[in-house]
Write a protein that binds this ligand. Structure first.
Ligand code: B12
Ligand code: SF4
Length: 465
């Protein structure tokens, strides 16, 4: 029987042991192939959410974490990856040849995650009735395929369901190439229940809350959280609306319980937000959450790998974040160009950076704990514009980090990106990888990108990644 805590928000690990009569769902977080990968709070969030739902619906849930950085066999083969105290750091890395569509850089391409023998051994140790695989970035599909093939080889008769960002943004490609029995594009429900029903497996009401099953295999040195789902804004360079069309404000009390439970069970101290729009509707969700954290005696720190919106960052919010022990604040500045914002995102005017920074500094944040993201390598974007934006943001003494544009299917800019890119974006998701500078043109070359990266480091300090 599934047991709940008093708050009703967590499924206890004890309920997760294989039990006679309960089908076993195996969740598989695949390895990642990329030019570079740093663990900036990378976690199988969607799988852990799915796990909570599966557990409530009567499954025994198991997780094979292909990105486990503690795997003893991989340590023996490759050495221990360097990790930071806050729960970020390196993954296991093996250099492999770059696939032909992206073999255009003088940089090594690598497989990140536990070594193949460990992955295979871990999968083979399970007895699943159904397997769920999640996929992050569209251009990470080679790891997804590798994992699915392994499952196929070990359990030829067990159905495999694929979901996540890759099949959501590239459903045609995922259906044609992934070898999964079912590919779910977009929200898991109602499709998932149909798939389970067809196989006479238990179904259930779709989840409404951001409830996670805290499986120990996810490595909880750092925790990930999401308060609100979706984003009400509609920036031309983003696909958030394809992943989640609605903005759904979250529940501050449930989030607080999640933090407390991770802290209690795994001594987690660092927490990163996965929200697209954390500060939207902040009076209803974010500020009450901060209030609860401030009143608690939890020894925790919060991080924002996904930036927050400058336009919602006022004095009260900055103060509350400081009180609630935010270790850093990252803001989405994107560009100092007026035209950039009027044509592409309508989310800020340049002066909002100065206002937001004033609130943060007055609240007690050190300049070096504040990072402004500047977007680079957009379709038709001139390197000069990016340089001005870096110089503008850096003039406040804060850190500046380039966010290299990755073209995303379903975004308003997608058709222009497909038209202007020298790469076959539509046919080959590997070419969405921002490392190859997919939108290179004479006004923005790889050399420009290297120069601008160096400039942001020199002027805007060196960020953690
Ligand atoms: C958190 C986040 C990050 C984090 C962590 C990354 C990660 N992959 O975990 C950080 C900050 C590190 C990051 C970085 C980047 N990101 Co990011 N990120 C996100 C964000 C906000 C959430 C991703 C996530 O985990 N969502 C959790 C979702 C998937 O869970 P869910 O809602 O419960 O899922 C539902 C369904 O999707 C489905 N489902 C999901 N998985 C599964 C699995 C199964 C089996 C089933 C049945 C169903 C299912 O069911 C769920 C219930 O309905 C998304 C935007 C978004 N709104 O999703 C962008 C997004 C994924 N990122 C994107 C980009 C562009 C980037 C960067 C390139 C940005 C940059 N320029 O630097 C970098 C590169 C990352 C890298 N190389 O490491 C793009 C995708 C690009 C692409 N081509 O794939 C997105 C979509 C945003 C956008 N711009 O449109 N990112
Ligand atoms: S870029 Fe950020 S603000 Fe714009 S739509 Fe995407 S998530 Fe929302």
């Amino acid at each position: 029987m599934v047991k709940l805590t008093k708050s009703g928000s967590f499924v206890q690990p004890g309920s997760n042991r294989p039990t006679l009569g309960r089908p076993t769902a195996l969740l598989l977080y695949p390895p990642i192939y990329d030019f570079a990968l740093y663990d900036l709070f990378l976690k199988p969030y969607a799988l852990l959410r799915l796990a909570a739902w599966l557990s409530r619906s009567g499954y025994c849930v198991r997780l094979v974490n292909g990105m486990d950085f503690t795997d003893p066999h991989s340590i023996a083969v490759l050495g221990r990856p360097r990790r930071e105290a806050r729960g970020t750091g390196k993954f296991f890395r093996q250099i492999v040849p770059a696939p032909p569509p992206v073999a255009v850089l003088q940089r090594s391409y690598a497989r990140y995650g536990i070594v193949a023998e460990s992955l295979e051994r871990r999968i083979a140790a399970e007895r699943p009735d159904i397997v769920f695989v999640s996929a992050g970035m569209t251009y990470w599909y080679p790891g997804v395929m590798e994992a699915i093939r392994m499952v196929r080889k070990i359990f030829p008769k067990v159905p495999v369901v694929l979901g996540g960002i890759y099949p959501t943004l590239c459903p045609g490609h995922a259906t044609a190439h992934s070898e999964a029995d079912a590919v779910i594009a977009g929200p898991a429900f109602p499709r998932l229940n149909d798939i389970l029903r067809q196989r006479s497996l238990p179904t259930g009401e779709p989840p409404v809350d951001e409830e996670l099953l805290l499986l120990p295999e996810a490595n909880w040195q750092a925790g990930v959280l999401r308060l609100n789902r979706g984003c009400p804004l509609d920036c031309a360079y983003c696909s958030s609306k394809v992943v989640e069309p609605r903005f759904l404000p979250g529940k501050p009390d449930l989030l607080f319980e999640t933090v407390r439970e991770m802290h209690r069970r795994f001594a987690t101290r660092s927490f990163a937000f996965y929200d697209d729009a954390l500060l939207v509707n902040k009076e209803r969700a974010f500020l009450p959450f901060l209030e609860r954290i401030s009143r608690s005696n939890l020894s925790v720190a919060f991080y924002l790998p996904n930036a927050v919106h400058l336009r919602y960052l006022d004095r009260a919010c900055a103060l509350s974040m400081k009180r609630a022990r935010f270790a850093e604040v990252r803001v989405g500045f994107e560009s100092a160009g007026l035209e950039f914002h009027t044509t592409l995102d309508n989310k800020l005017v340049t002066a909002m950076l100065a206002d937001g920074l004033e609130h943060l500094l007055q609240a007690g944040f050190a300049p070096q704990s504040i990072t402004a993201y500047v977007l680079a390598g957009m379709p038709g974007q001139d390197a000069g514009e990016v340089e001005l934006s870096i110089r503008h943001a850096a003039s406040y003494g804060i850190r500046v980090q380039l966010a290299e544009y990755a073209p995303t299917p379903g975004s308003a800019l997608w058709s222009q990106a497909v038209r202007d890119s020298p790469f076959a974006l539509e046919e080959e998701p590997l070419t969405h990888n921002n490392s190859i500078l997919p939108m290179r043109w004479r006004g923005f070359s790889l050399e420009d990108l290297d120069r601008l990266k160096a400039l942001s480091r020199t002027l805007g300090g060196r960020t953690a990644v």
